[in-house]
Ligand binder design. Structure first.
Ligand code: 5AD
Ligand code: SF4
Length: 489
């Protein structure tokens, strides 16, 4: 957004091509004497968060200001997730509660976007029951956001088109939500077709962004003073596999290129698929210090029988071998995982195999999920929900075991000094700061802040230290967090 001679903001360039939206904004300003505000609610993974940052960037460029609730948003976007039924149900719950704010059509602009919007079943439900929605946008249409809003305002019914899809979102403004970490999508889509997963249907085939575009974006990130990048892809270590001319351009090579960008002190990446975790990548993770000593490596199941039914393309033995190689290459490396319980046909013996792999690996943390049937995926046709109680019991057992492993792993750090990248104040206690170690552990710590009086009075530290690397002495450990104190210089 630019400023005119009187210091008033105007936004002619971004809105010039969209006369109806421009008129809507002008009328809003005439009535309210302020800029309209946008609110984006994001469900799901970090890929979705990265998309939301681009949408926020486009809207801010057009003159909208950010706000933090549905009630105060003049333009509302809900970015949806299809990965499990729970996220879908929550989305429809939110949409229901929006009815009270919507008012007559056109007063507020309301759009729904993200993975669910690629599925007819969800679009039809919105069209039938939530007529106050102005437009529906697919994840591959983000670069056309303003044009879809324009059409949403023009059309009386909910606007949706399959046109205006693009392969990539290049050269778009990004409103980064964190000073300490930049989310950088390096590829979109997934080719793996795990039998339980909806993503290949919602996000399409794998498309790798070009090296030049990725490195250029990260150079901007570095110039903005953001010290950490998180390279994102549904199958991040398959980056480059779709290039016609492959040469040495694979994910390991990309990581080493990113590590050459000065002032990027931490390089994170997710999510890695075990089948694409090459020896070259393991060697690179072992050799380059800026690469995080942490890998998120979804196991999904420890049973070979289930892994085959899941179409995961590795065995438990191969998984364990990768873990060994990673730990040899980078001593102290932490490993987190995703595990699904109650996949169709899972027997007790399969579950015991999963427990066995967990005991052998001792993951530092794990996201555990109960299998959720996704219409259109092969596994949903094998679903037989008679064993709900058994599945719930297995789930609880698994969570308990993982909690034990996480706590033991965290306790090993008591008495050690670690470097924490500060993410801001702890959500629970505003006198305490929060951040992550290089191996991705969450640390809540007491700052050595001269302006801080005493913790009991809940006085907020005056210095904003987000994005700073802070040495911390670890004094205690919990299952999901470490506690500590900043070390005096
Ligand atoms: N049911 C349960 N969990 C699922 N995941 C993906 N699809 C499903 C499903 N249908 C989990 C996987 C994946 C994570 C992002 O979500 O563990 O790694
Ligand atoms: Fe949700 Fe998966 Fe889509 Fe991410 S990729 S938004 S987790 S469905």
């Amino acid at each position: 957004m630019s400023q005119n001679m009187k210091g008033e903001s105007h936004y002619t360039t971004a809105l010039d091509a969209y006369p109806v939206l421009k008129d809507w904004v002008s009328q809003y300003r005439a009535v309210n004497a302020v800029q309209p505000k946008y609110y984006i609610r994001t469900f799901g993974c970090q890929q979705n968060e990265a998309d939301s940052e681009i949408m926020a960037g486009i809207l801010e460029d057009a003159g909208f200001l950010p706000t933090d609730s549905y009630a105060t948003g003049d333009l509302i976007l809900i970015n949806t997730c299809s990965v499990r039924a729970n996220a879908e149900d929550r989305f429809f719950g939110h949409l229901g509660s929006l009815k009270q704010f919507a008012g007559e059509k056109g007063r507020r602009i309301i759009g729904t976007c993200g993975c669910m919007m690629t599925q007819d079943i969800h679009r039809s439900r919105i069209e039938q029951s939530f007529r106050f929605v102005d437009f529906i946008m697919r994840p591959d249409q983000i670069s056309s956001l303003l044009s879809l809003i324009e059409d949403g305002l023009i059309h009386k019914s909910i606007y949706y088109t399959e046109d205006r899809s693009t392969k990539f979102h290049e050269n778009l403004p990004i409103s980064r939500q964190r000073k300490y970490r930049a989310l950088v999508s390096i590829m979109y889509g997934c080719n793996n077709y795990c039998s339980y997963c909806i993503v290949p249907y919602t996000r399409g085939r794998e498309r790798s962004r070009k090296t030049k575009d990725i490195l250029q974006e990260i150079m901007h990130v570095a110039a903005e003073g953001i010290p950490e990048v998180l390279l994102l892809g549904q199958n991040v270590n398959a980056w480059g596999k779709d290039f016609a001319d492959q040469k040495q351009q694979n994910f390991a090579w990309l990581l080493s290129k990113v590590s050459e960008i000065k002032s990027i002190r931490r390089i994170r990446f997710m999510t890695s698929h075990p089948k694409d975790l090459s020896d070259q990548l393991i060697e690179t993770i072992g050799r380059i210090e800026q690469i995080e000593p942490h890998v998120h490596l979804p196991l999904q199941s420890g049973s070979n029988r289930i892994l085959t039914k899941m179409n995961r393309q590795y065995s438990r033995e191969q998984y364990l071998e990768i873990v060994n190689k990673l730990r040899e290459a980078r001593p102290g490396l932490s490993i987190s995982t995703d595990i699904i319980v109650g996949f169709p046909g899972e027997e007790l013996a399969d579950f015991i195999d999963t427990i066995d792999v967990m005991d052998r690996v001792r993951f530092d943390s794990a996201f555990t999920f109960i299998y959720s049937p996704r219409i259109g995926t092969p596994a949903s046709e094998w679903y037989n929900p008679i064993d709900r109680e058994v599945i719930q019991e297995r789930f609880e057992h698994l969570v308990e075991l993982q909690n034990e492993h996480s706590l033991t792993a965290n306790m090993k750090l008591i008495g050690h000094n670690v470097e924490v990248l500060c993410e801001g104040r702890s959500s629970g206690d505003k006198t305490i700061l929060s951040g992550r170690t290089a191996d991705n552990r969450l640390v809540n710590f007491i700052p050595q802040d001269k302006n801080r009086t005493d913790a009991s009075s809940n006085i907020i530290p005056a210095t904003d230290r987000e994005g700073e690397f802070i040495p911390v002495h670890i004094t205690a450990a919990k299952t999901f967090t470490l506690l500590g104190e900043e070390i005096c210089p």
